[in-house]
Design a protein around this ligand. Structure first.
Ligand code: TXA
Ligand code: MG
Length: 317
């Protein structure tokens, strides 16, 4: 059930979380499916509700640097600098995990991904619960991430104790994931905090491609992710549009003369903010395909390019 984020409902949600129940909550990136990160049993419920393989680790949400430091065995200078610069915000840092973090949460890895979300409701909920919250995106496995409470309700409604209303997620795509384990920082998932912005703080960053398996997704297996139900293709221009079926062209530079088309924002922040919300909406329209004009070059578009590539990937089994 969707509930307004009043202080009364946040207190109720916090109580549910402390009792080991699942609560979906808004963040600035996408809505999260939250559980007490310190309870193995609560964490198992997340995997069940999502239908997600237990080999895929979860992100833990905190509301202070102190809370983050309590969950790891090392807090390197790079973590301190990045947290100072980008937290609260859409950057997840992977660090060696403390014993208090259940193995279920990290999918057996010796590390944990942490972030402090920049959303008043998320922060209030974490503080009120008094525990860090494990939360993947609040969608069924391989489906599109939710950016509104209504998306969550439609996808997972009967599987969560409560959905807290927090408006549309502003960033609109999932956080940047950066590993600080070992030598050079490694970018595991691009997002709206770009490699360039991170490098300006900590120096060179290595980019890990999804196919290399380092993001703990076996090559190919989880490649299809963040996908709408409607077939999505990324095209260079009008000449590549599918010839058959009812479709829509999401263009940046030039509309099509013969296919219904819609202009996408020029600015990457605005583009990301709109993308999932639009795809959720288009998924209701019974289209045979959605064609998206490829984003331009440049690191500011890395996160968007990555999500479009995954959304258009065929399932490889
Ligand atoms: O913006 C976000 O990050 C959203 C909101 C709710 O915070 N959460 C999210 O969670 O996207 P999820 O579970 O859908 O994606 C988590 C990503 C996965 O790519 C996972 O492989 C990676 O983070 N990850 C988490 N913990 C990790 C770890 N210990 N080592 C490597 N990768 C990790
Ligand atoms: Mg997800």
């Amino acid at each position: 059930m969707i509930e307004a984020a009043s202080s009364e409902n946040i207190a109720k949600a916090a109580e549910l979380l402390r009792r080991g129940e699942l609560v979906a909550f808004p963040t600035e990136t996408v809505y999260g499916l939250g559980a007490n990160a310190l309870s193995a049993e609560a964490v198992r419920k997340i995997y069940e509700a999502k239908g997600r393989p237990s080999t895929s680790p979860l992100i833990v949400h905190v509301a202070s640097v102190e809370m983050a430091r309590g969950l790891v065995t090392e807090w390197p200078v790079a973590a301190a600098l990045l947290a100072e610069k980008f937290w609260p915000g859409p950057l997840t840092l992977v660090l060696p995990k403390a014993a208090a973090v259940p193995d279920e949460l990290s999918a057996g890895l010796p590390t944990v991904g942490l972030r402090w979300p920049k959303h008043a409701v998320a922060e209030a909920l974490i503080r009120e619960a008094g525990v860090p919250l494990a939360a993947p995106s609040a969608n069924r496995f391989t489906e599109l991430s939710p950016t509104t409470a209504q998306h969550v309700e439609a996808g997972l409604g009967d599987r969560v104790a409560m959905v807290l209303e927090g408006g549309a997620s502003e960033v609109g795509i999932e956080s940047t994931v950066l590993s600080l384990v070992g030598g050079t920082p490694r970018l595991l998932r691009p997002g709206m905090i770009s490699r360039q912005q991170i490098e300006a703080v900590v120096g060179p960053v290595e980019v890990v491609t999804a196919a290399s398996g380092e993001a703990h997704e076996a090559p190919g297996q989880h490649e299809k992710h963040y996908a709408p139900k409607t077939r999505l293709v990324v095209v260079k221009g009008e000449e590549d549009l599918p010839q058959k079926g009812r479709g829509l062209y999401l263009f940046r530079t030039k509309a099509s003369a013969w296919i219904p088309a819609r202009r996408m924002p020029k600015d990457p922040e605005d583009y990301a903010s709109l993308l999932y919300e639009l795809l959720h909406e288009l998924d209701q329209q019974g289209l045979q395909w959605i064609a998206v004009e490829a984003p331009p070059a440049g690191v500011a578009w890395d996160g968007i390019r990555d999500r479009l590539r995954r959304a258009s990937a065929r399932v490889v089994k």
